[in-house]
Structure formats: C-alpha cells, structure tokens
Design a protein around this ligand. Structure first.
Ligand code: FAD
Length: 237
C-alpha cells in the first residue's frame, strides 16, 4: 500500500556547470564579469573548455564554486522514517507536506521488502497499520485535530517533500546516502536523485556516489566489500 517512490527534478540552475566554472574563473581572473561570460560563451572552441577548469579546481578541493548550482527535487512515496533521515542534511532547503494541516484520509504507507516478501508478516503488518489509520479516522471524525491525531501515525506513513540542494551538498549527500551502509529506502531515493542531476551536470556528478566510486571505500571495518560492483553501478548511472 502506498510507497511508490517518485523523484522528480523540478528546477535547477540553468547551465549548472557553466555557472560553477564562471565562479571558478572569477577567482583567478582580472577580467570584468561581462568579460568572463564572453570567454565562456565561446567555450565550444578549444582553449577554454569548462571541464578543464572545473576539473582542475575541484581536484584542488575548491568545491565551494559548486554551491552556485542548485537543484530542486520533488520526492513522494517515501516513509516518514526516510524523510527524517533526509532532513538531517542541514545544508539544504525543505518543504514537507504537513501532518498538521493535511489529514491522512486513507492508509498510505511504505512496506519494507523484508516484510512484504513474507505473506504472514505482511498480513500482520497491514492489519496493524490499517488499524492505526482506522483509529486516526475515528479520532479526527470525533473532532480531534489532525495535529493531535497524527501522534499515532507510523514511521511507515508516506510523505511528500521538496528539497533544494546545491551541487556541493549533493555530492556529500550522495557519498553518505548512496553507500550500502545507508538504509535501502534513502539509498534508492538518493540513487534516483543522482541519476536526474547527473543528466544535467554530467561532469560535476561524474564520480558521484559512495566514496568507493571516486576513490577508495571510507567505511573501514563496516565496508560492504563490493566496491567493484558498486563503482560499476554508479559510473553507469
Ligand atoms: C549510515 C549512516 C548511519 C547513521 N546513523 C545515525 C545514528 O545512529 N544516529 C544519528 O543521530 N544520526 C545518524 N546518521 C546521520 C548522520 O549523523 C548525519 O546527521 C547525517 O548524515 C547528515 O550528514 P552531515 O552532518 O554530514 O551533514 P550535512 O548537514 O549534510 O552537512 C554537510 C557538511 O557540512 C558541515 N556541517 C554542517 N553543519 C555543521 C555544523 N553545525 N558544524 C560543523 N560542520 C557542519 C559538515 O562538514 C557536514 O558533513 C547516520 C548517517 C548515515 C549515513
């Protein structure tokens, strides 16, 4: 029931890579701003490829230039358990459907695969969650405000959220949340986000994903031990 994850890229900085490259060029140029733009408008010509400049600057760790490119994504069909993990990332902006103002008019919840694959467990889970939603309805029908009735809703309850992150924060987010150590739901969501932003900024997100994609696994004893497979998966994304 519910839980059909959907991730949509709603808006993003036009020419995200050019924007970051302009910021990078400015740092090392005595040119006027208009002059910088002129230089880059001829970026198809050999001599001023954006990727060379961005590549060099990012290698030096000057990643603040990536903050000039932002991406706004709409996410639905995730559980509140996962949205709680998402909003721990502080360098982002969020707008989430309110459980105070929007009534949960029908049971809409995520079922983890470990439960869904076992008919007995799934039946018990569905009964329990639907029971909670039935009580929620009973309470709201009896005049209890949604903001109070929601206290009984489960972590599994579906939510919708719009998130804006700049490219620097996205790279950090993907490092943590595309990793096998992250939970399956946020991992799936992060991978879909990455696929969408990579289409618009393929150079910036070329090595995006868990640490093993761009370098070596950072997880020490907690490593999944599948770096080669994971690297392949994200490079192809
Ligand atoms: C596998 C996994 C397991 C986790 N388990 C738990 C858990 O058991 N309990 C728990 O509470 N959380 C847990 N978390 C959440 C984790 O601790 C972070 O809160 C979350 O991943 C947000 O990441 P962040 O703090 O790097 O970043 P963001 O908010 O995305 O910030 C990006 C970066 O900005 C810098 N930054 C941001 N704010 C500050 C600040 N105030 N001061 C200094 N630097 C700052 C840091 O360099 C930070 O890495 C887990 C996360 C993962 C991926």
């Amino acid at each position: 029931m519910g839980g059909a994850l959907q991730v949509t890229l709603l808006k993003f900085t036009p020419d995200p890579e050019l924007t970051a490259a302009l910021a990078a060029r400015l740092c090392y140029s005595d040119s006027s701003i208009a002059g910088l733009i002129d230089k880059f408008s001829s970026s198809e010509k050999p001599g001023v490829p954006i990727e060379n400049l961005l590549g060099r600057i990012l290698k030096m760790g000057h990643t603040s230039v990536l903050e000039h490119a932002s991406f706004t994504l709409g996410i639905e069909g995730i559980s509140r358990a996962t949205s709680h993990q998402l909003v721990r990332h502080r360098l982002a902006s969020y707008s989430q459907q309110s459980q105070r103002y929007v009534k949960a008019s029908r049971p809409d919840y995520v079922t983890p695969e470990t439960i869904a694959k076992d008919p007995k467990k799934k039946r018990r889970y569905d009964e329990a969650v639907k029971g909670v939603y039935a009580l929620y309805k009973e309470l709201t029908d009896a005049g209890v405000p949604a903001e109070d009735a929601r206290y009984i809703l489960p972590n599994a309850a579906c939510t919708k959220i719009i998130v804006t992150m700049n490219a620097r924060e996205l790279l950090h987010f993907f490092k943590l949340r595309c990793c096998e150590r992250a939970q399956w739901e946020i991992r799936e969501m992060a991978a879909r986000m990455l696929a969408l932003v990579k289409k618009e900024a393929p150079f910036i997100f070329k090595n995006a994903g868990p640490s093993c994609v761009g370098a070596v696994c950072s997880e020490g004893d907690m490593t999944c031990g599948k770096a080669k497979v994971i690297r392949e998966k994200f490079r192809k994304l």
